[in-house]
Every structure is written in C-alpha cells, then in structure tokens.
Ligand binder design. Structure first.
Ligand code: ATP
Length: 230
C-alpha cells in the first residue's frame, strides 16, 4: 500500500526542546490511523510537525512523495493537508455560513448536506453552538476544501458519546469513499481502535509499538503495563 502521508525518522520539538525522536508513521489513502499514548508522549507534536507548526530537526514528512519540510503552514495547507487542532480554532463571532464560505471550493464537499444539524443553524455564530455542533463545523470546514490528508486532535474531547460516534462514523465513510488519509490523536482507546484500521503507541517521544487495531486491542493489557506504566 503506498502511503499518502509518510513520516520517517522524525525528530521534532519546540525551540531548543526536543520532543520526538526517530518517529515513523504512515497513512495510506482511505485509511484512519490513530496515535495513542500517555499525556506528553508527543502525539500532538507529531501532528504539529506535519502542519509546519513544530520545529523539525531531522527525518522527513512526505505527502504523496513530496517533502513538506521547509514549507510554511500556509503552503502545507495548500498541499491539501487539513488540521483540526484540539481547540477546534473556530471564529466565535462568525456564523456557520461564514466559516464555510471562507473555505468552500467548487467541487468540494457539501458540509450542510453532510451535517443537517448545521444547516438548521447556518446563521448562528460559532460561539453559541453546542460543543458537538462546533466539532461538526470544525470537521466540515476541514473537509470542505477536499483535503488529501486530515489530522485530527482529540475529536471526542468534551462531547457526548452519541455525537462522538456520529462524527467518527461520518469521518470513516468519507475516508472510505474519497480516499482521505486520516491521522488522529484520541485519548479514548476504545474509540481509537474502533474507528482506526491501525495505530501507533507513542511514549517519551518515540514509537513504542504499532499494529492493526485488532492486534493492538488484543495486546492492550500488555501494552498498558509495558509502555504506559499502568
Ligand atoms: P497530551 O495528551 O498531553 O496533549 P501528547 O502526547 O499530545 O499529550 P504533546 O502535546 O505532543 O504530547 O507534548 C509532548 C511534550 O512536548 C510534552 O513534554 C510537552 O510538555 C512538550 N510541549 C508541548 N508543547 C510545547 C511547547 N509549545 N513548547 C515547549 N514544549 C512543549
């Protein structure tokens, strides 16, 4: 399987602080891949390095075979890499429609068809939406320009389980139908292994182990005691 996103031998951090050491992760077209591991393991930093927001000091990050290193975050976004950060980064005073107008492209995804919940509230400002609606908007905004790669940080954070399942199953359908490659950070292991095909367990800035979701689920008790110190 050829990787759409290929992270190899990655060393990255912030300023003079090194966080990631020799991290290797691949995501193929249509695949959802999870980054797992304890707080401070380097999961968010891996996503930030991909979108040009952490300092890379070694290794490479390639999208469709082309290196993203030395490109600005803007230039990386133009290569069709979308990133939903943990805080969702919406504009509280802009409406749903205004958010979608900022990113809509001819031939892009119709977000209001995808999430009828948003259609009903299209003139509401993002700041007054529920957490679930905000995350739908963040996901819709990321998808509406038709990305090749989507990075998602803690999509389930603070949301009711029914909303979380809806967001993840929508994401899975889109990945399967459009070939979108998804790399996600998810604290809830059961969700990560339910919706991802493969996963990587990070600890102390390194990949400790990896496998298919089935393999990781089976080995989870051992993984917890070996790598997560539980
Ligand atoms: P969490 O679930 O807590 O977000 P994580 O696996 O995503 O965990 P990271 O956020 O990647 O972990 O953090 C990895 C390490 O990098 C931590 O030690 C953290 O303190 C450090 N770090 C994160 N952001 C910065 C920053 N802006 N400047 C300096 N160090 C940072």
């Amino acid at each position: 399987m050829t990787a759409v996103l290929e992270i190899s031998g990655l060393h990255a951090g912030y300023g003079r602080i090194g966080v990631l050491q020799d991290v290797g992760v691949t995501v193929a077209a249509g695949e959802i891949v999870s980054l797992l591991g304890p707080n401070g393991a380097g999961k968010t930093t891996t996503l930030l390095a991909c979108s040009g927001m952490a300092r890379v000091s070694g290794g490479d990050i390639r999208l469709d075979g082309r290196s993203l290193l030395r490109l600005s975050p803007h230039a990386i976004a133009r290569k069709r890499l979308a990133h939903i950060p943990e805080d969702r980064s919406l504009f509280p005073s802009l409406t749903i429609d205004e958010h979608l107008r900022l990113c809509a492209k001819p031939g892009g995804l119709d977000v209001l068809e995808l999430f009828p919940e948003l259609k009903k509230r299209r003139n509401r400002k993002a700041g007054v939406l529920s957490g679930g609606e905000q995350q739908m908007l963040a996901l819709g905004r990321a998808l509406c320009a038709g990305p090749r790669v989507l990075l998602v940080d803690e999509m389930s954070m603070g949301l009711a389980p029914v909303i979380v399942e809806r967001l993840f199953s929508t994401l899975r359908e889109i990945a399967a139908s459009s070939g979108l490659a998804v790399l996600m950070v998810e604290q809830h292991v059961h969700l990560a292994l339910k919706y991802a095909q493969r996963g990587y367990v990070l600890g102390g800035g390194r990949v400790r182990t990896e496998g298919t979701a089935g393999e990781l689920a089976e080995r989870w008790p051992e993984i917890e005691s070996s790598y997560l110190g539980r």
